[in-house]
Design a protein around this ligand. Sequence first.
Ligand SMILES: Cc1cc2nc3c(=O)[nH]c(=O)nc-3n(C[C@H](O)[C@H](O)[C@H](O)COP(=O)(O)OP(=O)(O)OC[C@H]3O[C@@H](n4cnc5c(N)ncnc54)[C@H](O)[C@@H]3O)c2cc1C
Ligand code: FES
Length: 259
Amino acid sequence: MSRLFEASVKENRRLTAEHYLLTFHPLKKIRRPGPGNFFMVSAGNGLDPLLKRPFSIHRRTGSDIRILYRVTGRGTAILSRKRPGDILEIIGPLGNSFPVRRSRKNTILVAGGVGIAPVFALAESLAASVKKPVLFYGAKTGSDLLCIEELKSIGIEPHVCTDSGDTGWKGPVTGMLREFLDKNPSVSEDCCIYACGPEHMLRSLSALAGEYGLRGYAALEQNMACGIGACLGCIVNTTGGYKRVCKDGPVFPLDEIIW
Ligand SMILES: Cc1cc2nc3c(=O)[nH]c(=O)nc-3n(C[C@H](O)[C@H](O)[C@H](O)COP(=O)(O)OP(=O)(O)OC[C@H]3O[C@@H](n4cnc5c(N)ncnc54)[C@H](O)[C@@H]3O)c2cc1C
Ligand code: FES
């Protein structure tokens, strides 16, 4: 089945000064995306900008797909101006997804900034599990914390922190997680971490997981050109050699990534 398809924009809602929630409806049947999978989305019409931009699946409602994105440059700025009825050219779903064992005793989810997009997808898929995951979520300020009500509506009360300290724990999400693990040592038994966020956060998380002997996986958000394994533009160094984030990932074991 070709992964190239057109989709019509159903909604493109502004959530904060720089975050948007885009819902699109694929105009043909597509493969069912899992948490961690991503889509390459055309920002403009025609050849400008030439390259599609990668975005994680955030939510699925029926056949509609939602992506949650932050405006960081030209492509996302153009995307933010899309209106209901506009047509997007998309490739996907692409990449691997978070490998989850539901029988595991403890599942820890960690999100930094807009990394909540794929982490929410995983949280939603695990929310009905007997043992709910524990979610740690950090952002710059309280107004950058997204989807809090949606998380509560699926039964997940996130532990939140901010750099500014205006909401929740003050400091980095890895600091909050360390404190939690120290206060709850039994959580480290049969535990796995799943994460997405900025590189510096994932690097600290990787070190923390190593220190506490925890297994973990991270969804990487490398700059991408083709998104389908052809250009080698998204290489990451791992203990198994150089790998393509778009084709071999975006989800990798934390202890395999060489930061
Ligand atoms: C697998 C994957 C999933 C992603 N999922 C999401 C998502 O769900 N929501 C979301 O908001 N973003 C996500 N991203 C990041 C998103 O693709 C980029 O922010 C986007 O491509 C930027 O496009 P632009 O044209 O606006 O910025 P550009 O004009 O291309 O770049 C503007 C600035 O942002 C930097 N930049 C561009 N891409 C990235 C990146 N991937 N990571 C860090 N800095 C970058 C550039 O170096 C430049 O400084 C994901 C990336 C990957 C690889
Ligand atoms: S973006 Fe081209 S190989 Fe990954």
